[in-house]
Write a protein of this length. Structure first.
Length: 116
């Protein structure tokens, strides 16, 4: 796995997506919702091109009308400061593709900060 280097602006966005800094010095989420044309959208698209993030098109997101971005493990690690940790729950394994005829409506679950 190659090391990903982010710009200071991308690090700030990544840290916000992870919910750090916080008292526990540990991530408690991994998402950032933003639409095309917004100020930081191009930064997120650049992170996708670097392999630091992934994008879920707005048409596949069950809320809002904007794209959902989340960090890859290597992208998240690039944003950490010394002594900070990533919660493994924020980085689940990629799900197997679901055939549309068997898909059910999904929903996102957010853990409360500090919950383990």
């Amino acid at each position: 796995m190659r090391k990903i280097e982010l710009t200071p602006e991308q690090i700030e966005l990544a840290r916000h997506a992870l919910g750090i800094p916080n008292k526990r010095r540990k991530s408690y989420r991994n998402r950032f919702v933003i639409g095309a044309g917004c100020t930081d959208y191009e930064q997120w698209m650049a992170m996708v091109a670097l392999g630091a993030a992934k994008r879920v098109d707005a048409s596949r997101v069950p809320f809002g009308g904007d794209d959902l971005f989340y960090l890859t493990m290597s992208g998240a690690r690039a944003a950490l400061k010394r002594g900070e940790m990533l919660c493994p729950e924020d980085f689940p394994k990629e799900p197997e593709p679901i055939h549309p005829s068997t898909a059910s409506s999904g929903r996102m679950i957010e853990r409360a900060q500090g919950a383990e």
